[in-house]
Design a protein around this ligand. Structure first.
Ligand SMILES: [Zn+2]
Length: 177
């Protein structure tokens, strides 16, 4: 079994079988990974409080079949983001895009730098995240009707959308840019 230590941002945490949870992390060294949090749903799980979305953490991971978190240290959440609705909304959208659009286990220094910059300044721009992932909104047209007035991005179909077309999809599939 191999042991790794890496910095990461928590994208989200989802329940998995038994009392475990899965932490979806964007790591400095491996890009996006899914890591098991053993007994993460028990009230006294010592790791859970550290794994709030958007928080910067340092994790120790054991790798056998997939990753398991064996230790985690978190930094205080960025106050800039928590206290500002616009920054909070931009960060939420950016984290959704990273969660849905990044390939698993592929290191991405540019994206990592965007997250580090967010941690220092509170500022992250979902359009910049999209462009870093290869979807450039400049000169993009609505992928459904060809309109040049783009308002959103469908992260299931990877399509840019105008307002009229965005309204035809469930909100849970769209990020408004
Ligand atoms: Zn359209």
């Amino acid at each position: 079994m191999k042991d790794f230590v890496t910095n990461a941002y928590t994208l989200r945490v989802t329940p998995s079988r038994d009392f475990d949870k899965t932490a979806h992390l964007f790591t400095e060294d491996f890009g996006r990974i899914e890591a098991r949090v053993v007994s993460g749903r028990k009230p006294l799980s010592k790791f859970s409080p550290h794994l709030e979305p958007m928080r910067r953490v340092t994790v120790r991971l054991a790798q056998r079949k997939g990753f398991t978190i064996t230790d985690v240290l978190s930094e205080k959440p960025s106050l800039y983001i928590k206290n500002n609705n616009d920054l909070w909304s931009h960060a939420l959208k950016s984290f959704s895009l990273i969660h849905f659009l990044t390939p698993k286990e592929m290191k991405d220094d540019s994206l990592w730098n965007i997250l580090e910059n967010m941690n220092e300044t509170g500022i992250i721009n979902p359009k910049e995240v999209l462009s870093c992932l290869g979807y450039n909104i400049h000169h993009a047209l609505c992928d459904v009707c060809g309109s040049q007035f783009i308002v959103g991005f469908n992260f299931y179909s990877h399509e840019f959308l105008c307002l009229a077309c965005a309204e035809k999809f469930s909100e849970s599939r769209i990020v408004i840019l």
